[in-house]
Ligand binder design. Structure first.
Ligand code: G3I
Length: 382
């Protein structure tokens, strides 16, 4: 079933891109995932199950996803509110389509794509982070009850997909942006209130028990160029290792903008050196490079898709190239995941109230942008 639907998309997309992809010899140019494979590098994109399952845009979405990327991360479908529908009740149907239920192959395997699981513990309370039933019933919950529930959830989810998910964000955004008195400046989250900082150690240990081969990450934003939050993250990572947490590495989200400067020796490179000193890997987990756009009202189909200054797309390309150059020249980078398949599927316009957009490698029509060419040029360098 996957092959017929996606094949239609591949044909449609290839015909649409043929003029773009043909190199001088008339042979199709290598795609992003081919170039990444040659560098033994994981290059992924964050996607909703629904866009793949519904094979949107006559298969163009699925065709671009499977032809350009070798790693797939579900944007929201593996978050606790999507899966954890009751204390011991889990909704796996949507994710099974991509990952494959027990003994089954999913869409990702059918298309030769590794999977990155996001996220077991979204360690903050506001927004789409905790299941609603837990938000309402958790206050009266005892420490032992909270611990047992989290243990059973992690084992149920990670265990179901054992051997099929290459890496997991075990915990996400646990560190506060505002200074507080908590260890490592941790947020005053539900899990912190119930279990103390040890909830992080438990989550890593239980994930490892459920799938000993999966890489396990702590994921964070606002740390990429160094600074106080990055220092809290490094101290937390060191403590986790001291507590015996089987942590593989740190996820650096990299939600940046077209002005972000990244150069050898700067705070970005220093952070990676600090991570390497802790004998940890890192991944760039949610890369997007936002660009100012023409302000349009919510609901306008072009909101977030018309640059305020087209030249900014060339500056964006330079920023993307600088991120990939840094990642590919560091010893401990396990890959890069782009947050959104195309500009039309990016969270940035909504998040920025229409001020920014155009943050990904492909435009609203699934066509390559200058940023893609810049990334491919870096991948081609030896
Ligand atoms: O699924 C519910 C639906 O049932 C409900 O009717 C609807 C209206 O309330 O909400 C739907 O949930 C939405 C969810 O995405 C799934 O589509 C939430 O409202 C919406 O807030 C949520 O936004 C996601 C956001 O994380 C919050 O979880 C964005 O799409 C997603 O791009 C963003 O991604 C995060 C990473 O997980 C962590 N790092 C930061 C990054 C950007 O915020």
């Amino acid at each position: 079933m996957f092959n017929e639907l996606t094949m239609l998309g591949k044909v449609t997309l290839s015909l649409g891109l043929i003029g773009t992809c043909l190199c001088a010899l008339g042979q199709p140019a290598p795609r992003l995932r081919d170039l990444a494979k040659a560098r033994r590098f994981n290059i992924g994109s964050a996607m909703p199950v629904s866009n793949l399952r519904q094979n949107i845009d006559d298969g163009k979405y699925a065709a671009l996803a499977s032809s350009e990327f070798n790693l797939l991360e579900l944007e929201n479908d593996l978050k606790p509110p999507a899966i954890w529908v009751g204390p011991h009740e889990y909704h796996f149907t949507d994710v099974d389509f991509i990952v494959g239920g027990p003994g089954q192959r999913g869409w990702a395997q059918e298309h030769g794509m590794k999977l990155r699981g996001h996220v077991l513990v979204y360690a903050r309370d506001e927004g789409y982070t905790l299941p609603q039933w837990l938000k309402s019933s958790g206050a009266s919950m005892s420490k032992d009850e909270a611990s047992e529930l989290l243990h059973d959830y992690i084992h149920a989810l990670v265990g179901r997909y054992r051997g099929k998910v290459a890496m997991w964000d075990v915990a996400n955004e646990a560190i506060d942006d505002r200074p507080n008195q908590n260890p490592f400046n941790l947020r005053n989250s539900f899990w912190f209130r119930k279990l103390g900082p040890e909830f992080l150690v438990m989550a890593f240990k239980w994930a490892h028990e459920a799938d000993p081969k999966a890489e396990l990450y702590y994921n964070e934003y606002g740390v990429e160029g160094g600074g106080p939050k990055a220092q809290h993250m490094l101290e937390l990572a060191k403590w986790l290792k001291q507590q015996g947490a089987p942590i593989t590495g740190l996820g650096l989200q990299y939600h940046i903008d077209w002005k972000t400067s990244i150069a050898p020796g700067d705070g970005h490179y220093q952070l990676i050196d600090e991570i390497h000193k802790l004998r940890l890997a890192y991944m760039i987990t949610e890369l997007d490079v936002a660009v100012p756009v023409q302000k349009l009202p919510a609901g306008d189909p072009n909101r977030g898709l018309i640059p305020a200054d087209p030249e900014d797309l060339n500056l964006q390309a330079k920023t993307y190239a600088a991120v990939f150059q840094m990642a590919l020249t560091s010893r401990n980078c396990h890959g890069i995941n782009i947050w959104g398949l195309t500009d039309r599927h990016s969270w940035i316009p909504g998040f920025s109230q229409g001020r920014n957009g155009l943050a990904t490698l492909f435009d609203k029509s699934y066509l390559p942008k200058p940023a893609l060419q810049a990334v491919e040029d870096v991948l081609k360098r030896k």
